[in-house]
Design a protein around this ligand. Structure first.
Ligand SMILES: Nc1nc2c(c(=O)[nH]1)N[C@H]1C(S)=C(S)[C@@H](COP(=O)(O)O)O[C@H]1N2
Ligand SMILES: [Mo]
Length: 331
């Protein structure tokens, strides 16, 4: 039972993540009824050992998708107020629950096959279609953008993303006027993603945006980081980047975009609606149910710095949320 509300960074990493805390509770509940707690321990052990073996082997398959299109020109419109995060940290400290509920998932993520990668566009569009990811590279010019990223767990980073504006992708998809939301779905393949064998998670990972958010100039579909195709652990070959929202909104390894008139139910909202909402706009003044959001720790530093409203992107997005004293927009 949670009787104290410690700040996230006062805890060891494993206890600080909201997801881990939640799953531990689930595991205890499962254990009471079904002995699930006993089964969970060996599975975790095997996963760690497997990761170790893969890491030792090295030679991870690189992401070949769209390689010829890099590097892309950097957009001058998005300036940072802080140094870029060391590439090594960005690519070794990750959240990607499909491959495990800890941060060292990079070795396991190398098992994700990237070719072929089909992207399905369906729902309220003029013509539903399935494209190969290579078709997107042919149709949409790449650019590089420097963005801050704020995880709901109170760590942050600053990354040079390469990709294309989501607005351009939406134009290509040609939604009908009744489409109010875009639902995004990550890959599902439990054969390569051990986390997806954990049936208590509502796989696949799903996220959503309103059409206004998806066509805001900041919304970005990233294919690369640091001037090259993104490594698998960062969401190759296609991941969302919405820097004014908490990191969990930025779904990785997307295979499907569905245009709809109904608000999609996101992965974390389905798991714990009291803690993770649909909007998830960054706001230092609205604490998470279990910790403060007032400050954050940039990866690679041991310092906490103040978190900014909309992660500093208010000039681009504040008009989307005129009722900004409604706390639901910030969880
Ligand atoms: N499919 C999928 N997308 C995901 C996640 C995930 O577990 N699965 N984690 C989210 C969270 S909580 C964060 S903070 C970012 C982390 O991205 P990074 O590993 O590139 O830093 O990815 C987001 N996208
Ligand atoms: Mo996150």
């Amino acid at each position: 039972m949670l009787i104290k509300r410690p700040r996230g960074w006062e805890l060891p990493e494993s206890a600080a993540t909201r997801e881990t805390a939640f799953i531990d509770r689930r595991r205890v509940l499962a254990g009471l009824g079904l002995g699930g707690a006993i089964l969970a321990a060996p599975a975790l052990f095997d996963l760690r050992r497997m990761n170790g073996e893969r890491a030792a082997q090295g030679g991870a398959q690189e992401n070949p998708v769209g390689k010829a299109f890099y590097p892309a020109p950097r957009s001058a419109a998005y300036q940072l107020d802080r140094p870029l995060t060391d590439e090594k940290l960005t690519t070794t400290y990750n959240n990607f629950y499909e491959f495990g509920s800890h941060k060292q998932i990079a070795p396991a993520a190398q098992a994700l096959p990237l070719k072929p990668w089909a992207v399905k566009i369906d729902g309220l569009v003029e013509r539903p279609m399935t494209l190969d990811i290579d078709d997107l590279f042919k149709q949409l010019p790449l650019e590089e953008r420097l963005y801050r990223h704020r995880c709901v767990e109170a760590w942050s980073m600053a990354v040079p993303w390469t990709g294309f504006p989501m607005r351009a992708f939406v134009a290509l998809a040609r939604p009908m006027s009744g489409a109010k939301f875009v639902r995004m779905e990550s890959f599902q393949n439990p054969d390569v993603a051990p986390g997806q064998k954990q049936a208590w998670y509502p796989w696949p990972y799903v996220e959503g945006l309103t059409i206004e958010e998806a066509t805001n100039e900041l919304a970005f579909l990233a294919t690369g980081i640091y001037g090259r195709p993104a490594p698998k652990q960062n969401g190759a070959p296609l991941r969302l980047v919405v820097p004014w929202k908490y990191g969990f909104k930025s779904a990785k390894s997307i295979v499907r975009f569905t245009f709809t008139d109904r608000r999609p139910m996101s992965f974390w909202e389905r798991i714990q609606p009291a803690e993770y909402g649909f909007w998830a706009n960054v706001n230092p003044n609205v604490p998470h149910a279990r910790w403060s959001q007032a400050t954050e720790m940039p990866l690679g530093t041991q310092k906490r710095i103040p978190t900014m409203l909309y992660n500093g992107y208010g000039p681009f997005v504040a008009h989307l949320y005129p009722e900004s004293n409604d706390r639901r927009f910030f969880m």
